[in-house]
Design a protein around this ligand. Structure first.
Ligand code: ATP
Length: 348
């Protein structure tokens, strides 16, 4: 059994997974997770996130030739009980007839930790998750958010070397998700534990991940820090999966990109570019009187309070998405001049 407490580094080498029915869930995957970091697996349903997490947990074995290493030690064939990892699932997986304190102390009791120590550790965990007052409640008397706090407290009570979380917030409503996301963030930082977090929610991934592994059809599409993934997506799939991406089609020559709606000055435009991409925050509506080299017509405008989300028709297949903080309303069909910040331009 691996040591308790100290965060572990985790490596996957050549880990593929084919299920007995022939489903190929994972193509051969190599991945190195540093001790103490939070890595998020992000991708659409069925891309292999959960399968990868289960291989790391010891709930699933990779196909022959695959290896899982904890601090360099081969644990490929060790069952979950011997890996010293904590797990939290979307479905809580708590014991419904036990109290909150009973659930949180469960892992300690089966490890034969003396009663007094179990008690102390349970109170510490309940305090950390801010559920001390629920200690004697039964699980079936709790809300979803409270249950997930119990599940987190239970997972960390045994001082695991890694915490594995599979869509822990998906079943909760939006407000609760925001609060619990904040609490999970501070928890992971204060524990300094190695954490792997599976989600299909890009906002959650960006908020929590030191690094994000974007997955597509059983393969890694890109690994990087949230800002790298957002600002420098490696593929079209990543560009579209994370955030909103605008596109203009045309041709580049001598530092100018020409498209149907006008021109975009871009000194570094590659001569081969036939499509440029940029985020909504890298384009703005020109002020009245300001010269603008791109022209469009407002197709829709949604006032969101702090900003207005504009869809602007520029003669492309899809309208451009623009976030405007101007203190005014926009009319349907209104002609607008547009200015793009060249620092946000990409070619893929
Ligand atoms: P989701 O977000 O929907 O949970 P995911 O990215 O976590 O998706 P996985 O659960 O890893 O995806 O599944 C990857 C692929 O493997 C899917 O096509 C899935 O149907 C398949 N799969 C998962 N478990 C099994 C199994 N036990 N037997 C056969 N196929 C499976």
């Amino acid at each position: 059994m691996t040591d308790a407490g100290k965060p572990v580094s985790i490596a996957l080498e050549n880990c593929a997974k084919t299920f007995v029915d022939g489903t190929r869930a994972l193509e051969p995957l190599d991945l190195a997770i540093h001790a103490g970091e939070t890595v998020v697996f992000l991708g659409p349903s069925g891309c292999g996130k959960t399968t990868t997490l289960r291989i790391i947990a010891g709930l699933e074995e990779p196909d022959a030739g695959g290896k899982v290493l904890f601090d360099g030690v081969d644990v490929t064939h060790l069952p979950i009980e011997q890996r010293n990892v904590g797990m939290v699932f979307q479905s809580y997986a708590l014991f419904p007839n036990m109290t909150v304190a009973g659930n949180v102390g469960y892992g300690l009791r089966i490890r034969k930790v003396p009663d007094a120590q179990v008690k102390a550790r349970v109170s510490e965990m309940l305090a950390m998750m801010q559920i001390t007052r629920l200690a004697d409640r039964r699980i079936d008397q709790l809300s979803g958010g409270q249950r997930q706090r119990v599940a987190l407290a239970r997972a960390i009570a045994v001082r695991p070397r890694a915490l594995l979380l599979d869509e822990p917030l998906t079943a909760l409503d939006a407000k609760l998700r925001d609060t619990l996301r904040l609490d999970i963030d501070s928890l992971l930082r204060s524990l300094g534990i190695t954490a792997i977090y599976v989600t299909h929610d890009q906002a959650e991934a960006m908020a929590l991940g030191d690094r994000i592994v974007v997955m597509e059809h059983g393969r890694v599409a890109q690994i990087g820090k949230p800002r790298e993934i957002y600002q420098r997506p490696a593929t079209r799939f990543v560009a579209d999966f994370i955030g909103t991406m605008n596109r203009l089609t045309g041709t580049a020559r001598e530092g100018i990109f020409r498209c149907k709606a006008g021109i975009v000055p871009w000194a570094e435009a590659p001569a081969t570019a036939t499509e440029i991409l940029f985020r909504p925050e890298d384009i703005r509506v020109a002020e009245s009187g300001e010269a603008a080299s791109l022209q469009g017509k407002v197709a829709s405008a949604f006032f969101l309070g702090d900003r207005t989300r504009l869809f602007v028709d520029v003669g492309e297949e899809r309208p451009l998405v623009i976030e405007s903080t101007a203190r005014r309303d926009f009319q349907h069909g209104e002609a607008v001049g547009l200015a793009i910040d060249p620092r946000g331009l990409l070619v893929l």
